[in-house]
Design a protein around this ligand. Structure first.
Ligand code: GLP
Length: 240
């Protein structure tokens, strides 16, 4: 695990964007794993700016998002597909057919989860996975618990996650209680992982990466088992 400690959110976003641009240029048909939340917004805005300057081309890029609320309609402004369109997809030349995200409106969620895993597999897996991290250590929506799931599954959101994500909704009772999320299998099979962490709320999750313990009670610690993880944290998250 490699750690890059940045002064602030802007520097963290610059560094992460540099890695993404380098990897897309190296492999124009790269399969990217993407994340939502406030952490990657700066990175996405830098990718859009680079695209506008003609420095990066998304025409052959394939993306797989980590998760989606369930159930939720794609047109719902709180859905992750809506978020991704506003924050990235609508502003670059990615092909709609190359965008993948679990379907929050699927009537049969088990079939949808199987379809999603099969699609990732059929595309050859993820080359570069971007991750944020919940303040309770969740990645995607792989919440702390007695065990983790390896494949895409429907999950109940942790009380703390509902509280944390309520800032995007009118009230916490509006936050969906469930989500479809990629499991730890596809995440850990990614060739390269970039984890971005900013702000004091991520301090405990950051600290959990500093020893050699791996626990389902803090899912982000499973990244210690991967051979190519770069953690990019700001000083507020790293505390040092
Ligand atoms: C959500 C997402 C995660 C994300 C996390 C952190 O719950 N499912 O993929 O990493 O929140 O969000 P933020 O970046 O806003 O702190």
């Amino acid at each position: 695990m490699k750690f890059v400690i940045c002064d602030d959110y802007e520097q963290m976003s610059d560094f992460a964007a540099g890695i993404f641009m380098q990897q897309i240029r190296k492999k124009p048909d790269i399969r990217l794993g993407l994340a939502t939340g406030s952490s990657p917004i700066g990175l996405y805005s830098r990718l859009i700016a680079a695209y506008r300057r003609g420095e990066v081309d998304f025409s052959r890029v394939v993306t797989f998002n980590l998760d989606e609320y369930y159930p939720i309609a794609a047109e719902n402004m709180q859905s992750y597909i809506y978020f991704m369109k506003k924050q990235l997809f609508d502003h670059v030349n990615i092909r709609p057919e190359n965008i993948n995200i679990p379907d929050g409106s699927a009537s049969d969620y088990e079939a949808e989860c199987r379809r999603y895993d099969a699609k990732i597999e059929a595309c050859g897996g993820i080359d570069l996975q971007l991750l944020g991290c919940g303040r309770n250590g969740h990645i995607g929506f792989n919440e702390p618990g007695d065990f983790l799931h390896s494949s895409t599954h429907r999950t109940a959101l942790h009380e703390d996650t509902i509280k944390a994500n309520s800032r995007f909704f009118a009230s916490s009772s509006d936050v969906p209680t469930h989500a479809l999320t990629m499991g730890m299998g596809a995440i850990l099979k990614a060739k390269k992982i970039v984890l971005i962490m900013n702000g004091p709320a991520k301090r405990a999750a950051f600290e959990s990466l500093l020893d050699d313990r791996v626990s389902p009670q803090c899912p982000v610690t499973f990244l210690k088992l991967h051979r190519d993880v770069t953690v990019i944290a700001d000083l507020a998250a790293a505390g040092r």
